[in-house]
Design a protein around this ligand. Structure first.
Ligand code: HEM
Length: 145
Protein backbone atom coordinates (compact mmCIF):
# COMPACT_ATOMS: atom_id res chain seq x y z
CA UNK A 1 0.00 0.00 0.00
CA UNK A 2 1.20 3.52 -0.73
CA UNK A 3 1.26 6.14 2.06
CA UNK A 4 -1.71 7.80 0.30
CA UNK A 5 -3.68 4.55 0.40
CA UNK A 6 -2.88 4.07 4.09
CA UNK A 7 -4.13 7.64 4.69
CA UNK A 8 -7.40 6.90 2.84
CA UNK A 9 -8.09 3.80 4.93
CA UNK A 10 -7.15 5.54 8.19
CA UNK A 11 -9.34 8.52 7.26
CA UNK A 12 -12.40 6.34 6.72
CA UNK A 13 -11.86 4.55 10.05
CA UNK A 14 -11.62 7.93 11.79
CA UNK A 15 -14.91 9.03 10.23
CA UNK A 16 -16.63 5.70 10.93
CA UNK A 17 -15.20 5.10 14.43
CA UNK A 18 -18.38 5.95 16.42
CA UNK A 19 -20.42 3.78 14.04
CA UNK A 20 -17.99 0.86 13.66
CA UNK A 21 -20.11 -1.57 15.75
CA UNK A 22 -23.08 -0.84 13.44
CA UNK A 23 -20.85 -1.38 10.42
CA UNK A 24 -19.76 -4.70 11.94
CA UNK A 25 -23.40 -5.63 12.45
CA UNK A 26 -24.26 -4.80 8.83
CA UNK A 27 -21.24 -6.82 7.71
CA UNK A 28 -22.33 -9.94 9.66
CA UNK A 29 -25.91 -9.62 8.36
CA UNK A 30 -24.61 -9.52 4.79
CA UNK A 31 -22.22 -12.41 5.40
CA UNK A 32 -24.92 -14.65 6.88
CA UNK A 33 -27.42 -13.74 4.13
CA UNK A 34 -24.92 -14.42 1.35
CA UNK A 35 -23.20 -17.43 2.99
CA UNK A 36 -25.52 -19.13 5.48
CA UNK A 37 -23.08 -22.06 5.62
CA UNK A 38 -20.64 -20.02 7.78
CA UNK A 39 -23.31 -19.17 10.39
CA UNK A 40 -22.68 -22.32 12.49
CA UNK A 41 -19.02 -21.29 13.03
CA UNK A 42 -20.29 -18.36 15.14
CA UNK A 43 -21.20 -19.83 18.49
CA UNK A 44 -20.44 -16.91 20.84
CA UNK A 45 -22.39 -13.82 21.83
CA UNK A 46 -23.06 -11.75 18.70
CA UNK A 47 -23.24 -8.38 20.53
CA UNK A 48 -19.81 -8.89 22.05
CA UNK A 49 -18.43 -10.09 18.73
CA UNK A 50 -19.46 -6.99 16.81
CA UNK A 51 -17.72 -4.79 19.44
CA UNK A 52 -14.59 -6.95 19.30
CA UNK A 53 -14.64 -6.92 15.50
CA UNK A 54 -14.99 -3.12 15.45
CA UNK A 55 -12.07 -2.68 17.89
CA UNK A 56 -9.91 -5.15 15.98
CA UNK A 57 -10.56 -3.51 12.61
CA UNK A 58 -9.64 -0.14 14.10
CA UNK A 59 -6.48 -1.55 15.75
CA UNK A 60 -5.35 -3.38 12.59
CA UNK A 61 -5.69 -0.22 10.50
CA UNK A 62 -3.63 1.71 13.08
CA UNK A 63 -0.80 -0.87 12.84
CA UNK A 64 -0.45 -0.83 9.03
CA UNK A 65 2.32 1.82 9.05
CA UNK A 66 4.27 -0.30 11.59
CA UNK A 67 4.52 -3.37 9.41
CA UNK A 68 6.04 -5.68 12.05
CA UNK A 69 3.26 -4.77 14.46
CA UNK A 70 0.69 -5.38 11.72
CA UNK A 71 2.11 -8.84 10.98
CA UNK A 72 2.19 -9.78 14.68
CA UNK A 73 -1.38 -8.72 15.26
CA UNK A 74 -2.90 -10.23 12.13
CA UNK A 75 -0.82 -13.42 12.43
CA UNK A 76 -2.13 -14.01 15.97
CA UNK A 77 -5.68 -13.23 14.81
CA UNK A 78 -5.30 -15.73 11.97
CA UNK A 79 -4.04 -18.40 14.37
CA UNK A 80 -7.16 -17.92 16.51
CA UNK A 81 -9.34 -18.05 13.39
CA UNK A 82 -7.92 -21.44 12.44
CA UNK A 83 -9.20 -22.59 15.86
CA UNK A 84 -12.65 -21.23 14.95
CA UNK A 85 -12.53 -23.59 11.90
CA UNK A 86 -12.15 -20.67 9.47
CA UNK A 87 -10.76 -21.82 6.11
CA UNK A 88 -9.04 -19.96 3.27
CA UNK A 89 -12.17 -19.82 1.08
CA UNK A 90 -14.09 -18.03 3.86
CA UNK A 91 -11.80 -15.02 3.51
CA UNK A 92 -13.24 -14.31 0.05
CA UNK A 93 -16.80 -14.36 1.45
CA UNK A 94 -15.85 -11.96 4.23
CA UNK A 95 -14.08 -9.72 1.71
CA UNK A 96 -17.25 -9.13 -0.32
CA UNK A 97 -19.52 -8.64 2.70
CA UNK A 98 -17.11 -6.36 4.62
CA UNK A 99 -16.24 -4.13 1.67
CA UNK A 100 -19.95 -3.74 0.83
CA UNK A 101 -20.77 -2.83 4.45
CA UNK A 102 -17.92 -0.30 4.52
CA UNK A 103 -18.98 1.22 1.18
CA UNK A 104 -22.54 1.60 2.43
CA UNK A 105 -21.44 3.22 5.70
CA UNK A 106 -18.99 5.64 4.05
CA UNK A 107 -21.56 6.58 1.42
CA UNK A 108 -21.16 7.24 -2.31
CA UNK A 109 -19.48 10.64 -1.77
CA UNK A 110 -16.66 9.23 0.34
CA UNK A 111 -16.35 5.79 -1.29
CA UNK A 112 -14.32 7.00 -4.26
CA UNK A 113 -12.58 4.51 -6.58
CA UNK A 114 -9.31 5.37 -4.79
CA UNK A 115 -10.77 4.68 -1.33
CA UNK A 116 -12.36 1.43 -2.53
CA UNK A 117 -9.03 0.29 -4.02
CA UNK A 118 -7.15 1.19 -0.82
CA UNK A 119 -9.63 -0.86 1.28
CA UNK A 120 -9.38 -3.83 -1.08
CA UNK A 121 -5.60 -3.81 -0.62
CA UNK A 122 -5.87 -3.39 3.15
CA UNK A 123 -8.30 -6.32 3.36
CA UNK A 124 -6.20 -8.54 1.09
CA UNK A 125 -3.04 -7.80 3.07
CA UNK A 126 -4.86 -8.56 6.34
CA UNK A 127 -6.39 -11.78 5.02
CA UNK A 128 -3.05 -13.02 3.62
CA UNK A 129 -1.27 -12.28 6.91
CA UNK A 130 -4.06 -14.02 8.87
CA UNK A 131 -3.83 -17.08 6.62
CA UNK A 132 -0.04 -17.15 7.10
CA UNK A 133 -0.58 -17.03 10.87
CA UNK A 134 -3.07 -19.88 10.55
CA UNK A 135 -0.72 -21.96 8.37
CA UNK A 136 2.23 -21.54 10.73
CA UNK A 137 0.21 -22.58 13.74
CA UNK A 138 -0.93 -25.77 12.03
CA UNK A 139 2.03 -27.41 10.34
CA UNK A 140 1.00 -30.12 7.92
CA UNK A 141 1.66 -33.62 9.19
CA UNK A 142 4.55 -35.29 7.40
CA UNK A 143 3.09 -37.78 4.91
CA UNK A 144 3.82 -41.44 5.72
CA UNK A 145 5.86 -43.34 3.22
C1 HEM B 1 -10.32 -8.88 8.35
C2 HEM B 1 -10.67 -10.10 8.70
C3 HEM B 1 -11.22 -10.47 10.07
C4 HEM B 1 -11.18 -9.78 11.26
C5 HEM B 1 -10.58 -8.40 11.53
C6 HEM B 1 -11.86 -10.60 12.24
C7 HEM B 1 -12.02 -10.26 13.58
C8 HEM B 1 -12.51 -11.10 14.56
C9 HEM B 1 -12.46 -10.85 15.99
C10 HEM B 1 -11.86 -9.61 16.63
C11 HEM B 1 -13.02 -11.91 16.62
C12 HEM B 1 -13.17 -12.08 18.15
C13 HEM B 1 -12.32 -13.19 18.68
C14 HEM B 1 -10.81 -12.98 18.54
O1 HEM B 1 -10.31 -11.84 18.64
O2 HEM B 1 -10.12 -13.99 18.31
C15 HEM B 1 -13.45 -12.83 15.59
C16 HEM B 1 -14.08 -14.04 15.82
C17 HEM B 1 -14.53 -14.87 14.82
N1 HEM B 1 -14.38 -14.70 13.47
FE1 HEM B 1 -13.37 -13.23 12.56
N2 HEM B 1 -12.29 -11.74 11.64
C18 HEM B 1 -11.93 -11.70 10.32
C19 HEM B 1 -12.19 -12.66 9.37
C20 HEM B 1 -13.00 -13.76 9.57
C21 HEM B 1 -13.35 -14.72 8.55
C22 HEM B 1 -12.86 -14.72 7.10
C23 HEM B 1 -14.20 -15.61 9.11
C24 HEM B 1 -14.86 -16.77 8.40
C25 HEM B 1 -16.16 -16.93 8.36
C26 HEM B 1 -14.34 -15.25 10.52
C27 HEM B 1 -15.05 -15.95 11.47
C28 HEM B 1 -14.97 -15.76 12.83
C29 HEM B 1 -15.53 -16.69 13.81
C30 HEM B 1 -16.26 -17.99 13.51
C31 HEM B 1 -15.25 -16.13 15.08
C32 HEM B 1 -15.64 -16.72 16.44
C33 HEM B 1 -17.03 -16.20 16.71
C34 HEM B 1 -17.68 -16.73 17.95
O3 HEM B 1 -16.98 -17.08 18.91
O4 HEM B 1 -18.92 -16.76 17.92
N3 HEM B 1 -13.61 -14.11 10.75
N4 HEM B 1 -13.13 -12.32 14.35
Amino acid sequence: MTPEQIDLVTASVTVLRPRLPEVADAFYRRLFAEHPEVRPLFTGDQDRLRLKFADELDAIVQTIPDFAGFLDRTGALGTRHAEYQVRAEHYAHVRTALLAALAEAVGPQGWTPETAAAWRLAYDMTAEAMMLGAAHSHPRPTPRR
